[in-house]
Write a protein that binds this ligand. Structure first.
Ligand SMILES: [Zn+2]
Length: 324
């Protein structure tokens, strides 16, 4: 771990807590990461071990730092969060962390104020403060990867709803007769347009006996079909892969149309692993939006700027918002 603070700015400790890895960073007020650390969360073994590793890494990162310059810690966690209490309520990839009081434990162990938020919500705040949405007080951020999450910035503020659950953009219904979603609903945007959906749509057609280069790319093992494999085949000109990407991106576009009509953003930012497919995603989304939104509404659709750091910088932004 290296550390520097050339400008004498206040410092913020940021944690991006996922089911597989956690990432810890010390950043300044401009969002510049001064030091960074990543390790395994061991989410399946319950919160004690994971939190101990996080606290240990944070203490090491802060050793030698003037604690008077620390504004506090922000935590971007993958799951539903009680933002007031800083409790991780439920998380599909961290089920044994059910109702973990992250704020209480981290404040006690690290002796600084801690704020906790949903990672996709905070990524929206991060893009708004440091990324593609810097000049946009009304914007939406969508992350499309294994699942679909997001956040809504309205009038310069992160929309949180009555208990912090606002911005669950992946669970708007796109197809009333669609497949079952893990949230309990059917036909959610997440089961119609996520990376998981792209893989499923491709596998269904391969199982029906359709020809595609995808089968060769995974040596016939359909369990190995991922959105990345499908996107790669599409870029090489494979017809089935191109159609699957088109279907998923069209569904995503329909979701964006719904969001635009509800929130009237000037900007919709799309990030997450699936967005790396570039024009395969962005062209159909832009076309569907142009075809379906009400006349006179204007909105730009842009790729995310912060990439893998969106959660971390969102956590930094959360602390800045609460200590301004
Ligand atoms: Zn759902």
């Amino acid at each position: 771990m290296s550390k520097r603070n050339r400008k004498g700015d206040d410092l913020i400790l940021a944690l991006d807590l996922g089911g597989t890895h956690f990432r810890l960073a010390l950043a300044d007020e401009s969002g510049e990461v001064l030091s960074h650390y990543e390790d395994l969360t061991f989410a399946g073994k319950g919160p004690e071990q994971g939190i101990r590793r996080i606290v240990g890494a944070a203490r090491e990162m802060l050793s030698g730092t003037d604690t008077g310059s620390l504004r506090g810690m922000g935590v971007a966690a993958a799951g539903l969060i009680d933002c007031e209490a800083g409790v991780l309520l439920t998380s599909p990839n961290m089920q044994s962390w059910y109702k973990s009081p992250l704020k209480e434990i981290l404040e006690r162990e690290l002796k600084m104020p801690v704020w906790v938020g949903n990672d996709a919500n905070l990524a929206a705040l991060g893009e708004h403060m440091f990324g593609a949405g810097r000049d946009s007080d009304d914007m939406i951020y969508i992350t499309v990867s294994t699942g679909i999450g997001g956040g809504v910035i309205a009038g310069g503020e992160l929309l949180s709803g009555s208990c912090g659950f606002a911005g669950e953009l992946g669970h708007m219904t796109i197809d009333v007769n669609g497949p079952r979603c893990k949230c309990g609903n059917v036909g959610c945007l997440e089961v119609m347009a996520s990376g998981t959906a792209i893989a499923r749509l491709a596998v269904e057609r391969l199982e029906d006996g359709e020809e595609s280069a995808i089968a060769d790319l995974v040596d016939g093992d359909l369990d190995r079909v991922t959105a990345e494999v499908v996107a790669g085949a599409a870029k090489s000109g494979d017809t089935l892969a191109k159609e699957v990407m088109q279907t998923a991106a069209t569904n995503l576009g329909v979701g964006v149309v719904n969001m635009v009509h509800i929130f009237n953003p000037v900007l919709v930012i799309i990030g997450g692993g699936v967005s790396k497919a570039g024009d395969l995603i962005f062209e159909p989304v832009r076309r569907v939006v142009a075809e379906r939104i009400m006349p006179d509404i204007e909105v730009r659709i842009l790729p995310a700027y912060l990439g893998d750091d969106s959660g971390l910088l969102g956590a930094v932004a959360l602390v800045l918002r609460n200590t301004a």
